[in-house]
Design a protein around this ligand. Structure first.
Ligand code: GAP
Length: 396
């Protein structure tokens, strides 16, 4: 864990929040590589669960909602953890909206799900989806955690990728099973091995107040087996509560049977920050290459923050530098997340790219000037082959 935290900081994946003021417990800032990694993870999730499916739509709701929504959902009453004294402490972060005495207390959402439920009717009325269908959202969530710890694992500000998948009440078990498999499929896609993920059937007394069945997907983190994602059967709890509290009818009209009912919901919930930590833990590798110990991140190409690095063999040979810039610029048009590096010797550049998980390095050498081929070096094996410049894009 120490090695992962140190690498993250040293290479620009994540820094303690407000670092120059000594940090601020439970808050983390993602650096240049961290933000790329995070975006890749979110884009892959969005593509897999929204864009590639016909039964899903997306949403980006406000973080701060009318506080009545959090009363209805049971969070004002029950979103609490016990303090050392045994007293319950509500972990929603409060904020004041509006000026002075006129201000209203509201909350920074503790889960993105809330925004989905309050938009259920808007989505039904504007895009007319037919059951079963899901609404997906990615965004920040906030919890005033009593004891933030373990790097980004338990933070006070974090990000969630959530789906509320609405079904007919009789269909919940089938949908639950489908999403159970989809959670594993997502891990496969980003490169978290199934052998490190374990399902835990959460006991009734440990489930959230809204859930009738929950499975936690636990990951073998360096500090132990802990929750990575959750899958819950939230029944019609939320829509029913919002319908009663707002007075707005949130029933679904089934065209085929003319039945009106409140749909039930299956909720797969993914933490972005925990995904990053699980991924870093999965890909962090140390081995020996050319008689030296090296550290590398074995990211797959989809999530790697930098897809390729381009080097001129020698910094002081203008022809090589010019050609390297030319190759770099043409590749960058198609794959923007690549880097140019001419600092230090080739060995050092390889090590730097290994450490941030760049899958391939491309070196422009004297042969390149003769025949438009380059040296292509593989991160994991260190093997080098010659490749034509024209073939580089398909390799990357
Ligand atoms: N809407 C359901 C929900 O919020 P949860 O199990 O409380 O359920 C879902 O949270 C996911 O959000 C967790 O599995 C985890 O990945 C992430 N998460 C929760 N609290 C977190 C925290 N304090 N820091 C980082 N991630 C957190």
């Amino acid at each position: 864990m120490e090695k992962i935290v140190s690498l993250s900081r040293r290479r620009g994946f994540a820094y303690p929040g407000s670092d120059i003021y000594g940090g601020f417990s439970g808050f983390w800032d993602y650096g240049p590589l961290g933000v790329e990694l995070k975006n890749n993870i979110k884009q892959l999730w969005w593509r897999m669960f929204v864009q590639e499916r016909d039964d899903m739509c997306g949403l980006d709701a406000a973080i701060i909602m009318n506080p009545r929504a959090w009363e209805a959902s049971g969070h004002v009453e029950g979103f609490a953890d016990p303090l050392a004294s045994g007293k319950m402490f509500n972990t929603m972060l409060r904020t004041a909206v509006g000026a002075g005495e006129e201000s209203t207390t509201s909350y920074l959402r503790p889960e993105t799900a809330g925004g989905i439920f309050v938009n259920f009717k808007n989505i039904i009325d504007s895009v007319h989806p037919k059951l079963p269908f899901g609404i997906a959202q990615i965004g920040k969530a906030f919890r005033n955690e009593i004891a933030p710890r373990d790097f980004v694992f338990r933070a006070r500000e974090f990000e969630q990728m959530e789906i509320e998948y609405f079904v007919r009440p009789s269909e919940w078990e089938q949908a639950f099973e489908e999403w159970r498999e989809n959670v594993h499929a997502f891990n496969d896609a980003i490169g978290i091995p199934r052998s490190s993920v374990h399902e835990l059937e959460v006991a009734p007394e440990d489930r959230a107040h809204y859930s009738k069945r929950t499975i936690d997907f636990e990951f073998d983190f360096p500090f132990g087996r802990k929750e990575l994602y959750g899958l819950a059967y939230r029944t019609d709890f939320d829509l029913k509560a919002h319908m009663e509290s707002s007075g707005v009818n949130l029933e679904y009209l089934d065209d085929s049977t003319s039945d009106k009912f409140i749909p039930h919901v299956i909720e797969p919930s993914f933490g972005v920050d925990r995904t990053i930590l699980a991924l870093l833990s999965s890909v962090y590798t140390e081995d020996e290459l050319g008689g030296e110990t090296r550290t590398y991140l074995k990211f797959n190409k989809r999530v790697a923050p930098i897809k390729a690095a381009v080097f001129p063999l020698l910094k002081n040979k203008p022809q090589l530098v010019e050609k390297a810039h030319e190759v770099y610029s043409s590749l960058k048009l198609l794959v923007p997340s690549i880097q140019f590096d001419d600092n230090g010797n080739i060995g050092k550049r390889y090590r730097r790219q290994d450490e941030i998980g760049t899958p391939v390095c491309i070196t422009i050498d004297f042969d390149t000037l003769e025949n438009d081929t380059v040296t292509l070096r593989d991160r994991d094996t260190g093997e080098q082959v010659r490749e034509s410049i024209a073939g580089l894009i398909s390799v990357i």
